[in-house]
Design a protein around this ligand. Sequence first.
Ligand SMILES: Cc1cc2nc3c(=O)[nH]c(=O)nc-3n(C[C@H](O)[C@H](O)[C@H](O)COP(=O)(O)OP(=O)(O)OC[C@H]3O[C@@H](n4cnc5c(N)ncnc54)[C@H](O)[C@@H]3O)c2cc1C
Length: 468
Amino acid sequence: MPPESYAFPLLDLRVAPANAQPINTTGEFVLYWMQSTHRFEENWALRHAVAEADRLGKPLIIHQGLDPTYAHANDRIHHFILANARELAARAAKLGVHYQFVLRRRRDDDRRVVDRLAARAALVVTDAFPTAGIAERTARFAARATVHVTTVESHAIVPAALMVNEEWAARTIRPKLFAHLEHALQPVRDRAPRHAVTRTLAGSLDIDALDLRTADLVAEIARCEIDHAVPVVAMPSGRAAALARLDAFCTDALPRYEERRSDPTDAEGSSRLSPYLHFGQISAAEVARAAIASVGREAATKFLDELVSWRELALNFTLRNPRFAQLKGLPPWVHETMAKHKDDPREAHYTLEELEQALTDYPLWNAAQNELRQTGAIHNVMRMYWGKSVLLWTRRYGDALKHLIHMNDRWALDGRDPSSYGGIQWCFGKFDRPWGERPVWGSIRSMSLERAYKKFDARGYERRWNGR
Ligand SMILES: Cc1cc2nc3c(=O)[nH]c(=O)nc-3n(C[C@H](O)[C@H](O)[C@H](O)COP(=O)(O)OP(=O)(O)OC[C@H]3O[C@@H](n4cnc5c(N)ncnc54)[C@H](O)[C@@H]3O)c2cc1C
């Protein structure tokens, strides 16, 4: 039986079988294949794997791999993952867990590491994550595995399985989430597995693990067969950096978050935690608890609404709507209005290349694109203008959507996340209602770059990111 602290009633909702294979009771270990939740704390898949390993009387192997084959594999994403892995490796011994990391540098390199480990395992536990190609990779693996594979969702504070249908809007999911929030935020004690991985077992695994203590990450990345045109950014990776950022945000901006988050020239006005949350380097529950402890539940309301309602609405969308990355994922009223306005003359036409290189005739938009290229993020307010503007600048709405997803997934550190698709599709009317009719927009909510100049110091923002 799992210890009492694991008897968290909502855990069961996070766990789902990925195949119908049995647990292999003669297997040598339980394997946790870490795919999207790159942390040891508040990691529900790891908690489940520890409980199962103890129940079966087996040691636990935590395995993480990084391949050159994921969409948009590049230096920026690789570095953020590897730097965090180095921190995990340093902490693993102290926490009493066995953690190993395999870097597949070239496409031709050994590509069946997880299969080989699974063949010796009693059970494989992995992360449930609907985007970044992880759900598809897991499904392919589970179909060929000869051992039981279980997925566990750790992305949401309130288990996503509680919302069985696709939600229409923040207003429909909010009450459901907040009804469970207090319960879901209860801290759960983490602990190490009971049975240690012996040296003999570790040495017999037939893997080429990267020695993260000594590896030269820059040199390793240079050797990888990935897109080297997207450079590493200054943002530090890892739990320590995430906690430092969380602490600074709670002390400084959180008390005036509602006001400060609206100013794109205020770089510290929002948490800037989205890359850490995307890679699961910190849990959203830990962030929520810190915010509440810092300013109280009432004063944290707006922040919690973004962190819980909007973030988990996006997760619900990507889990319940298989067309989350296509126009087909949008509601019927959007299709009607797009059909009516598809031939409206556009104010400009830009190719993907012109957009990606920030070569439009709109300095404010170029500034947002430059912020994305240089830092891996765009301020939330400018991200809305950034997305909405592209809708006006392509011959077809579908091209605008494709271009935005491409640029966001390639350049944003928090890209390829459920919130990426939720945010981009919001620009096209998702989670929204019809507004007044306008050319090209139809009844989709419009946002004009011209109006931004009246709302904040747009020239200052341009100077900062366009370098003039
Ligand atoms: C066109 C467009 C693209 C976007 N792409 C992404 C993306 O790739 N990855 C991403 O995480 N978010 C994306 N968002 C949502 C939002 O802009 C970012 O989450 C937010 O700007 C991140 O900054 P922060 O961490 O300072 O947020 P904070 O304001 O501090 O909010 C805390 C956390 O809540 C979540 N959150 C905040 N706003 C939203 C939102 N509107 N929808 C969903 N979750 C939210 C994020 O995890 C964020 O880190 C996009 C929005 C738009 C309009």
